[in-house]
Design a binder for this molecule. Structure first.
Ligand SMILES: Nc1ncnc2c1ncn2[C@@H]1O[C@H](COP(=O)(O)OP(=O)(O)OP(=O)(O)O)[C@@H](O)[C@H]1O
Length: 290
């Protein structure tokens, strides 16, 4: 559905470098990374909103130069900023925007307005933050897109609706013909629904992999300080030492096979752990995980 190769985008004091990324049909791919890592910039390049970039971005096998209109017809896009006309009602916004989509489905739109409890006659400016996000979602889903790309769609949503949205996304990919790609800081959401994870830090992809495999081969290692020889320390990322002991992240737990037994604890990490220790390692001035 999406194939990005060697994407480069430069700003004054930031660069996306050598971004490789794929989003597969039938799956949900989560995009994670700390503030300023380059998630929105990558998404904007994929949507052709950042025009001057290098590299190959293909959606449905085509570049934007080949068929940008055709591509966008089949994408449901949710941005982190509100791009509707604030002084107009939801209904008026819909009337202006729906004609751009050949497959606009008015019944589906009404269904989402009801489901999301949105008042169609209210002005966008008078909606709460979460309601604006819900309206963005309703607009993005009502032309029955095959690819859904969202930049932090769950920010500002209450936990009940967030969970409902995750369920909705899982329903959408059930027919194995669609794909969802979304960025979020709520890594627990991705633990629930994502099939693949792409993690970006400081403009570079740290890891891009099937979620369960990723969580299987990383480990948080905890143990007494005397175990931490220089050699073993080199294997770990974001090491923190206290009087009680140390903890750090191991990218490939096979590297400690045999050596660890009995002396240290190897725990299955959360996505947040993987992010935390990796970013900590970079901030400490060491290289990131390859
Ligand atoms: N138009 C622009 N001009 C200059 N710098 C920009 C521009 N857009 C983004 N940047 C810079 O690119 C970097 C990456 O920003 P980006 O919005 O992609 O990060 P992000 O991972 O989405 O962060 P967050 O999680 O905080 O939303 C930041 O340093 C930002 O200042």
């Amino acid at each position: 559905m999406i194939e990005v190769k060697n994407l480069e985008k430069r700003f004054y004091n930031f660069a996306l470098e050598g971004i490789h990324l794929t989003v597969k049909k039938g799956f949900i791919t989560g995009f994670i990374g700390p503030n300023g890592a380059g998630k929105s910039t990558t998404i904007r390049c994929i949507m052709n909103l950042n025009r001057r970039y290098q590299g190959d971005v293909r959606i449905f096998g085509k570049t934007h130069t080949e068929n940008t209109e055709g591509i966008k017809q089949h994408i449901g896009f949710v941005q982190d900023e509100n791009f509707f006309y604030g002084h107009l009602s939801l209904e008026q916004n819909k009337k202006l925007l729906a004609p751009f989509y050949k497959t606009w489905n008015e019944k589906l739109f009404k269904h989402y307005l009801d489901l999301f409890e949105l008042p169609s006659m209210k002005k966008v400016d008078h909606l709460s933050k979460g309601m604006k996000m819900k309206f963005s979602l309703a607009m993005a889903l009502s032309h029955d897109p095959v690819l859904i790309i969202m930049d932090e769609p769950t920010s500002g949503l209450d936990p009940v609706f967030r969970r409902e949205l995750l369920e909705l996304l899982q329903d959408i990919i059930q027919d194995e013909e669609k794909a969802v790609f979304f960025s979020t800081h709520i890594t627990q959401d991705l633990e629930k629904v994502a099939d693949f994870i792409t993690f970006i830090d400081n403009g570079k992809i740290v890891v891009s992999e099937e979620k369960d495999a990723l969580l299987d081969h990383y480990a948080v290692v905890k143990g007494p300080n005397e175990w931490l020889t220089t050699e073993r320390r080199r294997l770990l990322h974001g090491v923190k030492e206290t009087d009680i002991g140390f903890e750090g992240l191991l990218a490939d737990k096979q590297q400690l096979a045999g050596e660890a037994s009995g002396q240290v604890l190897l725990e299955r990490p959360s996505l947040e752990d993987i992010m935390f220790y990796t970013v900590k390692e970079r901030k400490n001035g060491h290289s990131t995980i390859a």
